[in-house]
Design a protein around this ligand. Structure first.
Ligand code: ZN
Length: 107
């Protein structure tokens, strides 16, 4: 499991990913990178069968909304092993960054 890099506002401590130019909550411009555990819970997911042009040939693939244990919600690719189905509430771990963004897999 890889560690997940997020960004945190120095003023109000809100977490972000991907990085923002300023804090969307308090407007502060001082954000720093923080390392999170990479562990989270599957909040929702969907299988993409008709992808946008730039992802043609990758279908079908799964996109998930994941709540990380530190309280950050991220959208990511989800790797589901063959002959297994994802279930809402299931544990996931960060596997790494791919061209399309963060990739998580079922635990
Ligand atoms: Zn802030």
């Amino acid at each position: 499991m890889a560690s997940f890099t997020a960004y945190q506002c120095d003023t109000c401590k809100r977490l972000f990913s991907p990085p923002h130019g300023f804090c969307g909550r308090c407007g502060a411009r001082s954000l720093r990178s923080v390392t999170l555990s990479g562990r989270g819970t599957l909040l929702s997911f969907t299988t993409i069968r008709v992808p946008p042009a730039r992802f043609k040939g990758q279908e079908p693939y799964d996109i998930a909304v994941i709540d990380l244990e530190e309280g950050l919600r991220v959208t990511a690719r989800l790797k589901v092993p063959v002959r297994r189905e994802a279930t809402i509430g299931e544990g996931v771990v960060f596997e790494g960054l791919v061209e399309e963004g963060p990739l998580f897999r079922l635990v």
